[in-house]
Design a protein around this ligand. Structure first.
Ligand code: PMP
Length: 389
């Protein structure tokens, strides 16, 4: 009976939100949150999204079903942004999903169907939601070393060794850019080396790209995705517009699949559509429709790029301020995206919470733009104090 269900271990990041909300100290700092905030500490709706919503309200004539693939024009318009010069490759097909999470789930459903014995190699650490999604489709999770917290650097040799020992048909899960939770991205030479190994070993790269445009720029952030597509016949990509259009709760993502031939890709997409049908039938329309309206209009697209650039510039400016505060924080300035991981023990993280009302994940992961401009100095002072032990 339902009454016999086991207890659920609640998500520690969700717990953190509850704890922070309950803290009465007005000076509290929430760097646990996983959304972009501006200098004043807000997560505003982009002006260009507001405009697209107006257009949608004025022009939408029906709410009839769109079908399992969602908004096809939306997925088509994403191609040049994600795929760049490979946008016309007919062996790559994509469809709309409910956010990046939906894309991850659907991509792994496809892999589980095609290669039930595949092991999925994930870096340590990775986004905590990756392993449960992989296990939910019945695939096995294996780990490769990725990041050394104390040194602020990628454990590249160990990563290469682990992937070199993987079996043909296994999957290598890679973060396209702005690694969550560490901020440490592969550089271009490292991407080339990983692509070489993946191709040589016959692994399938699964690239999760949830923050395109939050690192160096739209094209620069897609380097790894495009390299894998150039190098490998079979690639799976989970993409999200939730961050770069700031539409988190509207659940806007896409799944792209490449195989060795147009017909094999078409068949894969039929399977993907059936899996989508079983899970959510079709994705929610509103957010993707807004993204489609923006990308389909040169002026609105230009407006979006301005707002996206402003978000990216703030992330990188805060990173530089934090990096300049202490040599032990310099690594933050060499990383990308919203997240970074401080070399603090769990006890030190808890002490920051108690003494300074600073809320970050137990792992030391924090969101650099969780800080409003007026919180940065107080934050760095408290962190430096903690590092001094
Ligand atoms: N992948 C990574 C690495 C993420 O950090 C996130 C969001 N936190 C997602 C995927 C999922 O994004 P979405 O909210 O679009 O489902």
């Amino acid at each position: 009976p339902l009454a016999d269900l086991p207890e659920v271990e609640s998500d520690s990041l969700l717990q953190l939100i509850t704890l922070c909300a309950a803290d009465p100290r007005p000076e509290k700092i929430d760097v646990g949150v996983g959304v972009f905030r501006d200098g004043a500490g807000n997560t505003p709706i982009l002006k260009v999204i507001k405009r697209a919503e107006e257009i949608l309200r004025e022009t939408q004539e029906t709410k009839a079903y769109l079908g399992m693939q969602g908004d096809k024009r939306y997925a088509e318009l994403l191609r040049p942004i994600l795929l760049g010069p490979l946008a016309d490759d007919a062996r790559i097909a994509g469809l709309q999903t409910p956010g990046g999470c939906g894309a991850l789930r659907l991509g792994f459903e496809l892999l589980a169907l095609a290669i039930p014995s595949a092991r999925v190699h994930v870096g340590t650490p990775t986004w905590p939601n990756h392993p449960p999604i992989i296990r939910a489709v019945g695939l096995e999770v294996a780990e490769y070393p990725y990041y050394e917290r104390g040194q602020g650097s990628i454990r590249f040799d160990a990563m290469v060794d682990a992937l070199s020992a993987a079996n043909a048909g296994d999957v290598a899960l890679l973060h396209g850019c702005c690694h969550n939770p560490t901020g440490a991205d592969l550089d271009e030479d490292q991407w080339r080396e990983v692509a070489r190994i993946v191709a040589k070993r016959g692994l399938i790269p699964f690239v999760d790209i949830a923050y395109q445009g939050f690192g160096r720029g739209l094209d620069e952030d897609a380097f790894g995705v495009r390299l894998m597509l150039e190098t490998c016949d079979e690639v799976v990509i989970a993409q999200s517009c939730d961050k770069n259009f700031s539409v988190y709760r509207d659940r806007v993502g896409s799944l792209f699949v490449k195989t060795g031939s147009e017909s094999a890709t078409a068949l894969a997409m039929k399977h993907v559509s059936m899996r989508a049908r079983e899970m959510w039938s079709m994705p929610p329309d509103h957010g993707a429709a807004c993204v489609r309206i923006i990308l389909d209009d040169a002026a609105l697209k230009a407006d979006w790029l301005v707002e996206l650039t402003a978000m990216r510039d703030r992330i990188n400016a805060v990173r530089q301020r934090l990096a300049a505060a202490d040599p032990r924080l310099a690594f933050i300035g060499r990383q990308w995206g919203m997240f970074s991981m401080l070399p603090l023990s769990r006890e030190q993280v808890l002490k920051l919470r108690e003494d300074h009302a600073i809320y970050m994940a137990d792992s030391g992961r924090f969101n650099v733009v969780g800080l409003s401009d007026d919180q940065i100095d107080r934050f760095t002072a408290a962190v430096v104090e903690a590092l001094n032990g």
